[in-house]
Design a protein around this ligand. Structure first.
Ligand code: C2E
Ligand code: MG
Ligand code: MG
Ligand code: MG
Length: 275
């Protein structure tokens, strides 16, 4: 239980702390170590066009825990997002992705890699400088870098969001609106921001072939995207029926288990080079 003292100071009593809270603190401490000691792993998941050509990949983090095994981001990203740990995590991912991009650029491959950016990271005053620094350090081509942001950004300072995105997109970086339709989406925001792409959330793709409501939603998103000249990525495409549904309705980039699961960066690179 937490008790607030006169000065607003919060005191925690270790003995009355619930097990879940204790577990959370433990994991948070371990995550700090994990980032410092290289326990984070970069996974990549292919994104393919309607001809089945891989045009890009999304970077997804995994935590190779020494005792607990491989931990999925759903478990530790929310924890990291509650603290500044997310900034260190996002930076590590960004640096790793930029290095791979530079390697691929050097091999003459034109493939784009996307990185998830947490609002807490984006909102920092040094965000633009950080991206520039990572690009300079690695020598990666900015036009091959995609930054995935979420609708959660829009509840912050919109002027600041527009300003940062404008600087970065002038450098050639592309922005993608992740999990589109699940948050505070507003068509007005879409128009104001220099966004190049929207990602239709997998919850809409799932039942689109069978549920008329989801079908209508996906069709509406595709129409809006076409109207605003935005590229569309469909997330979580698992079945041929879902793929066929999309193919019949527009120009879409596909990401999902049907085309490839997230895999360690090393084996993803190997597969790409073997092709
Ligand atoms: P997201 O950015 O929306 O990523 C897509 C999620 O859908 C990934 O889950 C991916 O593995 C999963 N997915 C892809 N295709 C399919 C499919 O066909 N079926 C199903 N059922 N799932 C599919 P994952 O890797 O567990 O990541 C979950 C979330 O964690 C991500 O959602 C993203 O919001 C966050 N995340 C992951 N890596 C990072 C990171 O480096 N930084 C930040 N800030 N967030 C990250
Ligand atoms: Mg994403
Ligand atoms: Mg998503
Ligand atoms: Mg997400």
């Amino acid at each position: 239980r937490a008790k607030t003292e006169g000065g607003g100071r919060v005191v925690f009593f270790e003995t009355t702390m619930g097990d879940a809270v204790k577990e959370r603190f433990k994991l948070e401490g371990e995550l700090r170590t994990a980032i410092a000691e290289g326990q984070l792993k970069l996974y990549l998941q292919p994104q393919v066009d309607s001809d089945g050509i891989q045009v890009g990949a999304e970077s997804l983090v995994r935590w190779q825990h020494p005792e607990r095994g491989l931990i999925m981001p759903g478990v530790f990203i929310p924890l990291a997002e509650a603290t500044d740990l997310i900034v260190a995590l996002d930076r590590w991912m960004l640096g790793s992705v930029c290095r791979i991009l530079a390697e691929l650029d050097g091999e003459g491959r034109s493939i784009r890699l996307s990185v998830n950016i947490s609002p807490r990271h984006f909102e920092r005053s040094d965000f633009v400088g950080e991206i520039k620094r990572q690009l300079m350090l690695s020598g990666a081509d900015p036009t091959h870098l995609v930054l995935e942001v979420t609708e959660g950004l829009m509840i912050g300072n919109l002027e600041d969001v527009v300003a940062k995105m404008t600087i970065l997109s002038t450098m050639g970086i592309h922005f993608s609106m992740d999990d589109f339709g699940t948050g505070y989406s507003s068509l007005a925001y879409l128009k104001r921001l220099p966004i190049h792409e929207i990602k239709i959330d997998k919850s809409f793709i799932q039942d689109a072939p069978t549920d008329p409501n989801d079908a209508a939603l996906v069709e509406t998103i595709l129409a809006v995207a076409q109207h605003l000249s935005l590229q569309v990525v469909a997330e979580g495409v698992e079945t041929q029926a879902q793929s066929d549904f999309l193919k019949a309705r527009g120009r879409v980039i596909y990401q999902g288990y049907l085309y490839g699961k997230p895999e360690p960066a090393e084996s993803w690179l190997q597969r790409l080079r073997d092709q």
